[in-house]
Design a protein. Structure first.
Length: 179
């Protein structure tokens, strides 16, 4: 495959990933806004506290969507590590999202229902950029590309001249030799 063809394939893969991430994120955003507005209008919770609860609910929803839809083809060997990293990076996103809302409400006294939703949206947008980068880089790691694996295997099998890698030791056929 030419470099240009490889670049095209990679861009198409990235576009599909962004679309899937966006679909899950859009549904998660709907969950987030629904829960926060429900809490804002039906409870006496402070706005940022209610928003933190809504963000946590959306994080749980998004994990399921990302793991089983967006990144279903990614490495699944260490779910505990994956979930730990997901929660850590999601917590940073939570701080970003709610920090913007906190600054709007307590720093500028912008606390009408419309203003809350506008700054919630701004916070989600900033946090989403961070989450996309961190999830795809650290949480849902890509499995090695087949071409890369094939190249590595051929290197190990044939080696290159001047290689310091020793050739593999041939295995004895079963049933021969001393026991």
């Amino acid at each position: 495959m030419t470099e240009r063809g490889a670049l095209r394939v990679r861009l198409e893969q990235l576009a599909r990933e962004v679309a899937k991430f966006g679909a899950v994120g859009a549904l998660g955003t709907l969950v987030n806004f629904s829960v926060s507005n429900l809490l804002w209008h039906t409870t006496d919770l402070q706005a940022v506290r209610a928003n933190v609860i809504a963000t946590v609910v959306a994080i749980a929803f998004n994990y399921v969507g990302f793991r089983y839809f967006t990144y279903r083809d990614r490495d699944k060997t260490s779910r505990t590590k994956e979930l730990t990293l997901f929660l850590a990076f999601s917590a940073v996103g939570l701080v970003i999202e709610n920090g913007v809302l906190y600054a709007a409400i307590y720093g500028f006294d912008w606390d009408s229902p419309l203003q809350r939703n506008i700054f919630k949206f701004v916070g989600i947008g900033i946090a989403t950029c961070f989450r996309f980068w961190s999830y795809r880089t650290w949480v849902f790691k890509a499995l090695p590309a087949r071409e890369t694996v094939a190249r590595a295997e051929s290197f190990l099998e044939g080696g290159s001249s001047g290689s310091t890698v020793a050739p593999p030791t041939p295995k004895r056929p079963a049933g021969r030799g001393t026991h």
